[in-house]
Design a protein around this ligand. Structure first.
Ligand SMILES: Nc1ncnc2c1ncn2[C@@H]1O[C@H](COP(=O)(O)OP(=O)(O)OP(=O)(O)O)[C@@H](O)[C@H]1O
Ligand SMILES: [Mg+2]
Length: 1002
């Protein structure tokens, strides 16, 4: 058995790697043999013994060593338990359906388990039983007691797999939890506390964000660390899903967009451009007829620049001669020597739009149309030049210079906003099609994932694009949202100490897995030889011809009762096919990956005789398609792809849906020259030549294995480009990621600190000297700013220092810092001595958390803006990433300083208990109340929200109790208390519920 498995393994490196693992597989089987004689109890007892032993090992590294040692034995325990369940025909329920246990791990599954344990990706074909494979490493790693996670693509699969495999874990004495979308925090915490937890990537990710970015006490957090995760369908999660980050957002306080305002003009502009392009296309046609191929090609190229989806253009592209003429024109214009000509060509249009890079650009004409009075309103001013000019102007005072610069900056921001709005609207009109990239549902724009064809309600395009599309469709433009917390999927999974993945298709993306996640791929051979027959692609001139060929094929299958699974790349295509089938009266099911559970059920029946199932490529993934009676004799399941996907991986995935576990099956893809992939990245030249040679007639097709290669070349090109885009997104997010780590660590330290006062004192120790430096360390010809400094001291701390008392001039900078730090800490000790100690602790934590959260959110907002901004700077020939990094760093340094200053600022303005605060004030020698002090709410009034509330006036704490009060400070005191739910414990530490303590309504 083992010998022939090895012979099947392709690729020598992979082969060598797997060969080295085979002895472990043998040893596992030996143990399994031995364990057969054990009683259930004795087998189960091993779990507890290992758990106890591993709990004694403090270091993770050492635990891992031990896990490697016990691996064969532990895997054997799992396999043995599986056999016992099978022998007993154990029945239980999974997702409310009865289920019988009928699996014992195959050797290839043991192999896959070892690969997963080693933190790698196991590529195992569809239907090879990856669900069962995962039980091995999950069991082994859960023995550490650290909590292991299995990540699935949807809630249904999480629940199905947790309940299904749960039977085995349960038998072995391990607990299993499952995270679902609608669970309350308490329940989630319990699920995470289990030995093994199943859930989707977004639930895991959002829980991380809530725990680290929003929870204010340890009790509110639900997760317990990131030790080991296995990601199922790893390509889908780490590559496809990774393109949209997880974002928790709230409505932004201000909205600045002007989409409404620009929409009518842009609509006109787009119409004008379309008319222009239609005219150009007709001209091109004339030129071709007159034999002037070069001019014709040039004109068509122009249409391509201005309206890539122009109908006439698309039709002309079907003609090999014309197609070649355009390609030639395009190639020649992109030569460096013709840059100016290209520019001139673009200027003849109103705007240009690039389908590949998704970018749009207004020309002079376009700008004139939008604002005839001031076409420059859409040009970004060269700020650096302007600033230099201002700086060099001798007639201006420093003050005037600053003022002018600020004006220019403001002007520039306004321009940038306008340009941004317009370019997003152009994209919305020219590149985003209803029912392809999005659908309208209940008056909302819902994104359709182009990879999976799945609708993604709740997700929004960033950067204002979503609003632009909303404006275009005339639906309610939702307010811009403010990011409260965000993380990319990539960075979430990088948190894990050990990460592994499994999927049917990883090989084509091996380089990306390696570079970004340090995950290597091992291809595990199938348990039985694959009997699938992959036919050559069939290529047609037009979509129409392609679809009618597909329908013919489906009809043939249907007549001979062979089941067909038809894969599409979009919801639109699925619906089109469905309409065509209805006309033909062929019964069928359509799946759009919307109702996971129902669709799983439909897919599971897709192998019955005569069934026709149309499915976008994500729908029903992870569900087994078993062949119905006598289907094997009819050739098994037939898979039809109606379009080649951008990524080869997705096509492989679709093919893999048939011929599982050695079943018969076959697949074929249908392609047309009108498909996006072919238009944008097709090896157009080569194809055109071939098309010419064969002289294609209407409805005729091309089919040859060379053509498959051409299609694949196109796919490889797109894959490469998409990888670069993802990499770039990640490069940007890496900057954020480092910052997020620092901030979240600080936050968690605060939440967990038993003595938050030390954190407060750290802030004093760091921030005060910095301030002293700022004011008093005079540089060269500057004077130390004693007055300014005294002012800062007195507005921040209730020290009541006077010039005479402070005597700053008599000390060095360092001495002043030390002097002040002493005074502040003294005063602080005195203030808090009047309050309940545990309440003071909550308050101290809260002061820091509040400062972090408020400023971090502002920072996120600013970072978003920066990210947008640096792209605009791209015009000025700078690398946006470098610009972004430098500025992000400066902003972050400022953020950290601001957080500290805010903590200082609120230190004496916050109280856990108004009464205590008044007691404190009463002990002061003199208590100066501002005459029109805002009225203080009563101490019993519940703190509302997290807004700081002014409750009185800050008093001057007399210096050493004498002669204080020379200065009256008219700053409001704020009560800054966390938002407390009425049933939560009171933050004063009394142990009572808030509503029965400080929150009691008088
Ligand atoms: N060792 C085994 N013995 C018998 N049947 C098995 C075994 N392993 C898995 N199976 C069966 O194979 C089928 C497919 O399993 P599973 O859904 O886990 O495959 P998969 O590799 O996850 O496929 P997909 O790529 O579609 O997610 C299931 O019906 C399962 O019961
Ligand atoms: Mg699966």
């Amino acid at each position: 058995m083992v010998g022939w498995i090895l012979k099947k393994i392709l690729g020598s490196k992979n082969q060598r790697e797997l060969k080295r693992l085979m002895p472990i597989v043998h040893r596992t089987n030996e143990f399994d043999e031995q364990f057969k004689s054990l009683s259930d109890e004795a087998l189960r007892a091993k779990t507890a013994i290992w758990k106890e032993e591993l709990a004694q090992i403090p270091e993770l590294e050492d635990q891992w060593k031990r896990l490697d040692e016990i691996l064969p034995e532990a895997f054997a325990v799992v396999k043995n338990a599986a056999r016992r369940l099978k022998d007993r025909q154990d029945t239980f329920t999974v997702c409310d359906q009865p289920m019988k246990w009928d699996m014992v791990h195959f050797d290839v599954q043991l192999l896959g388990g070892i690969v997963l344990h080693r933190g790698r990706i196991a590529e195992m074909a569809t239907g090879e039983g990856k669900t069962l494979v995962a039980t091995l490493p999950l069991y082994l790693n859960a023995l550490t007691g650290r909590g292991v996670h299995l990540v699935t693509v949807n809630d249904y699969l999480a629940r199905r797999d947790a309940e299904w495999m749960g039977r085995l874990y349960d038998f072995l004495g391990l607990t299993v939890g499952c995270i679902q979308h609608d669970q309350e925090p308490d329940f989630r915490r319990e699920q995470y506390a289990m030995d093994i937890t199943y859930g989707t990537n977004s639930e895991f990710g959002f829980d991380y964000l809530r725990d680290n970015g929003m929870a204010t006490t340890r009790e509110q957090q639900v997760q317990r660390g990131y030790y080991y995760a296995i990601v199922d369908e790893v390509d889908s999660i780490l590559i496809d899903e990774a393109r949209t980050p997880l974002i928790i957002s709230g409505p932004a306080t201000i909205s600045t967009h002007q989409y409404d305002k620009w929409k009518p003009l842009i609509e006109q502009l787009v119409r004008k451009q379309n008319m222009l392009c239609n005219r150009l296309a007709s001209e091109a046609l004339e030129k071709f007829e007159q034999g002037d191929v070069e001019t014709g090609g040039r004109l068509m190229f122009k249409v391509k620049l201005g309206q890539p989806r122009n109908k006439q253009l698309l039709r002309m592209m079907e003609d090999p001669d014309k197609r070649r003429a355009v390609d030639k024109a395009e190639l020649s214009f992109y030569q460096d020597t013709r840059k100016e000509e290209l520019f001139a060509l673009k200027e003849e249009l109103f705007f240009t739009i690039d389908e590949k890079s998704n970018e749009s650009d207004l020309s002079e004409q376009g700008r004139n149309f939008l604002n005839p009075d001031d076409p420059n309103a859409f040009v970004l001013p060269d700020l650096i030049n302007e600033f230099t000019e201002i700086d060099l102007d001798p007639s201006l005072s420093q003050e005037e210079k600053d003022k002018r610069k600020a004006e220019r900056q403001q002007h520039c921001d306004a321009q940038a906003e306008r340009i941004h709005n317009i370019s997003q609207l152009l994209r919305a009109y020219c590149l985003f099609e209803k029912d392809v990239q999005y659908v309208i549902e209940e008056n909302k724009v819902v994104i359709v994932d182009e990879f999976t064809g799945r609708k993604m309600p709740g997700r929004r395009w960033s950067d204002g694009l979503h609003q632009a599309v909303e404006a275009k469709e005339g639906v309610q433009i939702d307010r811009e949202t403010q990011t409260l917390a965000t993380i990319t999927i990539q960075n979430y999974f990088r948190l894990y100490q050990k990460l592994a993945g499994m999927t049917g298709t990883a090989e084509t993306e091996a380089a990306e897995f390696h570079d970004i996640y340090k995950l290597d791929v091992n291809v595990i051979p199938t348990n039985r030889p694959v009997a699938r027959k992959d036919h050559n692609d069939r290529i047609y001139k037009t979509r129409r011809e392609k679809y009618s060929a597909v329908i013919n094929e489906i009809r043939d299958c249907h007549t001979r009762e062979q089941p067909v699974l038809v894969g599409t790349v979009s919801v639109e295509a699925s619906e089109l096919l469905s309409r065509m089938l209805k006309r033909e009266k062929i019964p069928h099911n359509v799946l759009n990956a919307k109702f996971h559970m129902q669709e799983a059920e439909i897919v599971s029946r897709a192998g019955q005789p005569g069934t026709v199932t149309i499915s976008t490529n994500m729908a029903g993934r992870g569900t087994d398609i078993k062949l119905g009676a006598s289907v094997a004799d009819r050739g098994g399941l037939f898979v039809i792809g109606t379009e080649r996907h951008e990524a080869r991986r997705i096509d492989r995935q679709l093919r893999g849906r048939c011929a599982r576990q050695g079943d018969p099956g076959s697949s074929r893809f249908y392609v047309s020259f009108e498909d996006d992939l072919m238009r944008n990245f097709g090896a157009a030249d080569r194809m055109t030549r071939i098309m010419e040679r064969f002289g294609l007639e209407e409805g005729q097709e091309l089919e040859h294995r060379w053509l498959n290669k051409s299609v694949e070349t196109a796919q490889k090109r797109v894959e490469q480009r998409n990888y670069l885009i993802r990499k770039r997104t990640l490069d940007f997010d890496d900057v954020m990621n480092m910052q997020r780590e620092v901030v979240y660590t600080y936050r968690n330290e605060t939440i967990e600190s038993e003595e938050p006062r030390t954190l407060i004192y750290e802030v004093i120790d760091e921030a005060v000297p910095a301030k002293v430096q700022e004011y008093l360390a005079a540089e060269r010809d500057e004077e130390p700013n004693y007055t300014g400094f005294l002012n800062w001291v007195n507005t921040t701390f209730p020290l009541g220092l006077t010039k005479e008392k402070a005597q700053f001039e008599t000390r060095t900078v360092d001495e002043n810092a030390q002097f002040l730090i002493g005074k502040i800490k003294d005063a602080y000790e005195r203030k808090s001595s009047h309050e309940e100690p545990s309440a003071v602790k909550s308050l101290e934590r809260y002061i820091i958390l509040n400062a972090i959260d408020r400023l971090w959110q502002e920072h996120l907002y600013a970072m978003d803006a920066l990210r947008e901004g640096v792209y605009l700077r791209g015009y000025a020939q700078k690398d946006p990433l470098i610009e972004y990094k430098t500025e992000a760093y400066d902003m972050f340094v400022e953020l950290m300083a601001n957080i500290k200053n805010e903590v200082l600022h609120n230190l004496f303005r916050s109280t856990s208990n108004l009464q205590a605060f008044e007691n404190f004030l009463a002990t002061l020698p003199q208590f100066l109340m501002r005459e029109h002090a805002p009225t203080a709410p009563t101490a019993n009034a519940p703190a509302r929200g997290r807004q700081l509330q002014p409750v009185g006036a800050m008093a001057a704490v007399g210096e050493d109790g004498d002669g204080a009060g020379e200065m009256t400070l008219d700053l409001p005191i704020r009560r800054s208390m966390p938002k407390v739910g009425r049933n939560e414990p009171c933050p004063c530490g009394s142990g009572k519920k808030y509503k029965n303590c400080c929150g009691r309504v008088a």
